[in-house]
Ligand binder design. Structure first.
Ligand code: COI
Length: 354
């Protein structure tokens, strides 16, 4: 694929690393590529970051026809830059496209777009511990018609955001509450696709949880409202009596790449991991008796974030004295070590950018 390049004539000032937060700043350039049913994907270009023009009738605005990904570029100790398992993101993007009826991209082209964009904006990759360049590929319908049938025009875009911790207090444990009214997804719905609609459906519950002082919600399945599914924007794991339990991928849960990597790491250490249904009753019983030794969220943005407090209606339990547990700390250290290039990469997960 040939990518044209238009240099930003007014490059931005790099933010201070302690001001980064998540997703607030954007780099000098973005990648765009258009699709039409007659020409396929065409006009791959890196251009200055800025507003995109869109028909007010565009499918993304009316019917939420959009999918996205999240991955990160890390600064290595030798000054180079690397990505973590970007092939997995490209594969998932295409699976999400299939579910929403958007055109797939060629995975090699998607990766090339990311690599060339990160190289163009390499100076924006921060190096402080806990920081990285968050990469947000997304693909949306630009159909200039209100018709519901078929997507015949679309755009694939990539933007970059130098970011710090997703939760403002970093590795400090967060409090999460079980959501009992709204549901995020149902089987047969779009839960396993990474599409904007899933997150729009989650906003109300997230806001309600924040008002009550919780960092996020813990979703239950949409049918029986009995089984734990995932957190708001990340998967969850629990260490119960020495075994790590994580909700199985039933079709309504996002198949997280950090989730998959943590399972692979844990198993390589000989830790038993069960991917299965876990009911909220079982979880709270384990919290009550102390069998729940550790709990943590996993995601690209969240990395490995310990859960210090779990609430469900009037029931509230503290986990591991509201401190990060030994296994979640080990996972965090190992995963971030591989991602940043401070530890060996025995699984072949990293992809050098430069
Ligand atoms: C990510 O971890 O990359 C995500 O997409 C989560 C985001 C919704 C905050």
């Amino acid at each position: 694929m040939t990518i044209s390049f238009t240099k930003n004539p007014t490059p931005g000032k790099l933010p201070e690393s302690d001001a980064l937060g998540f997703g607030k700043y954007f780099t000098d350039h973005m990648f765009l590529m258009d699709y039409s049913d007659t020409d396929g994907w065409h006009d791959a270009r890196i251009v200055p970051f800025g507003p995109v023009s869109l028909s007010p009738a565009a499918g993304v605005l009316h019917y939420g026809a959009e999918v996205f990904e999240g991955l990160k570029a890390y600064r290595r100790p030798d000054g180079g830059v690397q990505l973590f398992r970007p092939w997995e993101n490209m594969a998932r993007l295409n699976r999400s496209c299939d579910r929403i009826g958007l055109p797939r991209i060629n995975k090699e082209d998607g990766l090339q777009a990311i690599l060339e964009l990160v190289r163009a904006d390499e100076r924006w990759v921060p190096s402080e511990p806990g920081t990285s360049l968050y990469i947000r590929p997304f693909l949306y319908s630009t159909n200039p018609t209100l018709s519901l049938h078929g997507v015949f025009a679309a755009t694939f875009a990539v933007i970059l955001s130098p970011s710090g911790n997703y939760f403002k207090n970093g590795l400090e444990p967060v409090s999460i509450m079980v959501e009992t009214e709204d549901v995020r997804a149902v089987r047969g719905g779009t839960g396993e696709a990474k599409c904007g609609g899933n997150y729009a459906a989650a906003n109300r519950a997230g806001d309600k949880a924040a008002e009550k002082g919780f960092a996020q919600v813990l979703w239950l399945d949409g049918v029986e409202r009995k089984y734990v599914e995932e957190g708001g924007g990340m998967n969850v794991m629990f260490r119960i009596n020495g075994t790590v339990v994580t909700p199985m991928l039933t079709g309504s849960i996002l198949p997280g790449i950090t989730r998959k990597s943590c399972i692979e790491l844990l198993r390589s250490w000989g830790v038993s991991v069960e991917e299965r249904l876990i009911s909220v009753d079982e979880l709270f019983e384990a919290a009550k008796t102390g069998a729940l030794e550790e709990a943590w969220c996993v995601g690209t943005a969240a990395v490995v974030s310990p859960i210090g407090e779990l609430a469900w209606g009037k029931r509230k339990y503290t986990i591991n004295d509201n401190r990060i547990g030994p296994l979640s700390q080990k996972l965090y250290d190992e995963l971030t070590g591989i991602q940043r290039g401070t530890k060996p990469d025995p699984f072949g997960w990293v992809c050098r950018v430069c």
